[in-house]
Write a new protein. Structure first.
Length: 142
């Protein structure tokens, strides 16, 4: 082979090595970042902790302590208490009324109304952003 062709073959070989190296890896990806997870960090993590374990920065200022939200299902016989959680988050300001330094939940609660039908048949008027946080909480239960 003339030297020119050797150079071309070499370039092609290198190109395929680069392509193989860039191909997506077959390993499982970590849990995708959801809108609910991001909203939780914005509105809730300051007290409940970024992992919902109850250890957020403000928790030390809440004399009664901040609950670990990963135990909602285990505290309810292993079933995620969706009626309760949707109601609490929909009426988040009322529910947390006695708690110091509540952030402004406005943007979370301003969305288009949606009717959620809970597992026990209860129908609750809420909105999509609330349901995304509830779905996030459902995913991270112990
Ligand atoms: C300023 C601190 C603070 C912020 C911010 C906060 N919480 Fe709470 N949360 C608390 C405290 C304290 C309690 C316990 C209140 C009680 O039992 O009366 C609580 C209770 C709860 C409960 C009931 C837990 C149970 O075991 O019954 C849920 C669900 C909850 N919060 C969800 C949220 C969500 C979702 C957000 C964000 C949209 C949020 N909280 C933001 C402090 C906070």
């Amino acid at each position: 082979m003339p030297p020119r062709n050797n150079v071309r073959t070499g370039t092609l070989l290198m190109l395929s090595v680069v392509l193989v190296a860039c191909a997506p890896k077959p390993e499982p990806e970590p849990m995708p970042e959801t809108t609910g997870a991001a909203s939780f960090r914005t509105y809730c993590a300051v007290c409940h902790g970024s992992g919902a374990d109850g250890a957020g920065q403000l928790s030390v200022f809440v004399p009664t302590g901040v609950p670990d939200l990963r135990g909602l299902s285990s505290g309810n016989g292993g079933t995620f208490p969706d009626t309760y959680v949707v109601e609490v988050v929909t009426r988040i300001s009322d529910f947390h009324a006695g708690v110091v330094a509540m952030p402004d939940f406005g943007p979370l609660l301003d969305g288009e109304p949606v009717v959620y039908t809970a597992s026990d048949g209860t129908r609750i008027e809420t909105n999509g952003a609330v349901l995304e946080i509830v779905d996030y909480l459902r995913l991270i239960q112990n």
